[in-house]
Write a protein that binds this ligand. Sequence first.
Ligand code: ADP
Length: 449
Amino acid sequence: MISRFLSFFSLLAFGAALGFSWAVIGDKLQPVIYMLVGALIAGVAWMLVDAWRGYRVRSWLRHGDLGIVPEMSGWWGVLLERARKLLRERERSIDAGEQRLKDFLSAIQASPNGVVMLDANAQIEWCNQTAALQLGIHPERDVMQRIGNLLRDPVFTAYMAVEQPNEPIVMAGRKDRVERPVRISVQRHRYGEGKQLLLTRDVTMLEQAEAMRRDFVANVSHEIRTPLTVLSGFVETLQTLELNAQEQKRYLSLMAVQADRMQGLVEDLLTLSRLEGSPMPGMRSVLPLAQLLQSCEQEAQGLSRSISNGAEPQVIVFHANPELVGASLFGEVRELQSALSNLVSNAVRYTPAGGHIHVSVDRGMDGSLCIEVRDTGPGIAPEHLPRLTERFYRVDRSRSRESGGTGLGLAIVKHVMQRHGGSLSMSSELGQGSCFRLNFPAARWSLDD
Ligand code: ADP
C-alpha cells in the first residue's frame, strides 16, 4: 500500500515539476498554477492507468482462469498473485474433495450390499447399482423420485411409516418369482437433517439355508422318532406281557431291525457331516478299480441273499472294460467305496426278486471314467429324478424304510462325487428300471497305478 501512495505522490510531484519547468522555460506568470495543473494531469493519468489495471484484474477474477493470469507489476500484481494462489489452493482442495467423494462412491458401488440415500422427503438422492438391482429402481432416472412411489410392497410401506424402526424387514426382491424366490432385507437409518439411509442385502440364500436347516432337523427327528416309538412299544410289551421264549425271540429280532435302522441313519448322518466338514480329497490315496468292484460285488451278493428270503435270486453282474482292469481311482478310498456301494445297494433293494443288476465300467470320449449301475427294478417317474439327491427325499417312503433305506444314500453319493470333481447322473423309465452313473474326470483316475 505504501508503494502505491509513493508512486501516486511521486507522479504528482513529477507532474508539478514538469508544470513548474514549463512555466519557467516559457517565462509564464504564476508558475504555481502550472505546477497545480501539471500535478492534476499526472494524478488523473495515474488514476486512469490504475483504473485500467483494476478493470483487468476484475475481469480476470470474474472467470478466474488460472491458465491466463494477466502480467502486472506493483500493487495490482501482488493482489493478482495472492488471488491466483488462493484460487489454486481452492481448486486443489475441490479436486481432492471430489476425488474423495468419487472413491467413497466407488467403494459403496463395489459393496455387495445395497445403499439408497433419501432426502428429508424420502426422495432418492443416490443409490448404488446393487440396491438398484435388488429393489428394481433406476440409479439415474429415479433420482428425486419418492421411494414410496417406486416400491409398493405393503411391508415396505408400513416400514417407512414407522418413526424409529429397530429391526430390518425382509421383502420380495425385484426378481422374485414363485419358482425362484428372491428375498431382500432392508434396514433404515436416519442421518443428517431428516435424511434417511436404506441398507439392502440379498438374504435369499440365508433364508433358504435356514429353511433347509429347519427341514433337516424336522426330518432327522421324524426319522429317529419312528423306530424309537416302535422300539419302546416292543420294550413295553416285553415288560408287561408274559411271553414265551419263541415270542420273545421274535420281538427281540424285530427290535434289532429298528435298532439297525437307527444305527444306519446315524451312520449316514455322520458320513454327511464328515463330507461337509473335511477338506477336499487329495490325489495321494489310490483305490484300485478291481478292488472297488470286488468289494461292492461281495456286498451286493450278500445283501441280495439276505433280502431274497428264498425267492428267485437276483442276477448281479459286474463287468469292466478289459482295458481298464489295471485302472485306479485317486481320492478318499472310504468315500469312493461308499458312493458305489450306495448305488449298488439301492439297485439290489429296489429290484424285485429275479431282476437283473448290471454294474459296468467304461471310459468316456473325454477321458473320463464312468461306472454305471443299471437295474430292472420299478423305475422312477421323471418328476422325481431331479429331487432324488435331496436329503430324505424318497419316491416311496414305506418301501425305502422297509428295505432299510435312510433317504440319505444318493445325497451322500452326490456329495462324494462333487468332492472328487465328478458327477452323479441318472436316468430311468417307469416299469423298466433305472440307471445311475458315476463320472470321474480324467484327472481322478489312471491306468498306470
Ligand atoms: P434310500 O435310503 O431311501 O434308498 P436314497 O437317497 O438312496 O435313499 O434314494 C432316494 C430314493 O430314490 C429312494 O427312496 C428311492 O425312492 C429312489 N431310488 C434310488 N435308487 C433307486 C433304484 N435303483 N430304483 C428305484 N428307485 C430308486
